[in-house]
Design a protein around this ligand. Structure first.
Ligand code: MLT
Length: 305
């Protein structure tokens, strides 16, 4: 069988595949016709978020059995088209949860204490101590939108720094929220009460632009952190809300346009901290998701679940 890998994954995952008799090929920079040619004889395709697995691509790969997503989000994969072609889509939903949660916590502190802004000033030769009066997270309220794996891990970590927890998640039980010490509420109440709002939903038609101008207006000075997916928070509305002081600051790891959201107004706003989709970028997380994805590809080849 031929496994084609079109986004860089950890060697640990590639080694799992190379230790078998299957053929492993990489095509990291392939796009357009080159990508379609590369998948033509593939039996498995492994991607991260860089490859758009479209209906056209699936049609160009008649022998494909499985698309393995070395990570959580499957918004770059046309699931309906995969289903129509009988192709399995398997993600790796656990291996990078801790990494994503740690990055979220780091981003919450980064924006509440203006760490990147202060860093830039000092590297530029300025001792701007008097200009950065931060916000202590202890005693503040964390509003979690989406209490899934990553949302729960973030809630646990920020609970331990003394934050109160409120969450909006129509799919989670009261019991589970209670176990985490979180109060479940509707979105409006979560926004009103949150001093730090953190988003942890997938990007779906239901969540696209879920946090826009009207929602941000409820926040009254809190911080917004989004390490989930671009497109859930309206970037123009958030940039304006931070500019107007309706939102005190924001930290974004994900953007509606990736890579390089060159047109995003958020890049122009001083009180917005940004990173280039680094949530899952730790050695441990990348090894975990790559190995898990490789194992799922091998299982699919064997007809196993
Ligand atoms: C994920 O969905 O697992 C994360 O966004 C990480 C990534 O794809 O880089």
């Amino acid at each position: 069988m031929k496994v084609l890998v079109t986004d860089p994954i950890s060697d640990a995952g590639l080694d799992v595949l190379r230790d078998t008799d299957h053929e492993v090929a990489t095509a990291y920079d392939a796009a357009g016709e080159t990508l379609l040619d590369a998948v033509a004889d593939a039996n498995a395709l492994i991607v991260r978020s860089g490859t758009e697995v479209t209906r056209d691509l699936l049609e160009a790969a008649p022998d494909l059995v499985i698309v393995g997503r070395a990570g959580i989000g499957v918004d770059n994969i046309d699931i309906d088209a995969a289903t129509d072609h009988g192709v399995i889509v398997a993600n790796a939903p656990e291996g990078n949860v801790r990494a994503a949660a740690e990055h979220t916590v780091a981003m919450a502190f980064a924006t509440a204490r203006s760490i990147p802004q202060a860093h830039t000033r000092l590297k530029g030769g300025e001792w701007a101590k008097g200009e950065f009066l931060g916000t202590e997270l202890n005693g503040k309220t964390l509003g979690v939108v989406g209490l899934g794996r990553v949302g729960q891990e973030v809630a646990k970590k920020l609970d331990s720094v003394g934050m109160e927890l409120i969450a909006f998640d129509p799919y989670i039980s009261e019991e589970r929220a209670e176990q985490l010490g979180a109060e479940l509420a509707d979105l409006e109440t979560t926004l009103e009460r949150a001093d730090v709002l953190t988003i942890h939903t997938p990007l779906t038609p239901e969540t696209a632009n879920m946090i826009g101008e009207a929602e941000l207006a409820e926040m009254e000075g809190g911080y917004v952190v989004n390490c989930a997916r671009g497109g859930i928070v309206d970037e123009a509305a958030l940039a304006e809300a931070v500019d107007d002081g309706i939102v005190a600051g924001a930290a974004l790891d994900v953007f509606a346009e990736e890579p390089l959201p060159s047109d995003s107004p958020l890049l122009e706003v001083e009180d917005v901290v940004v990173t280039p989709h680094l949530g899952a970028s730790t050695e441990a997380a990348q090894e975990n998701v790559a190995v898990s994805t490789a194992e799922q590809v091998l299982a699919a080849f064997e007809g196993e679940p």
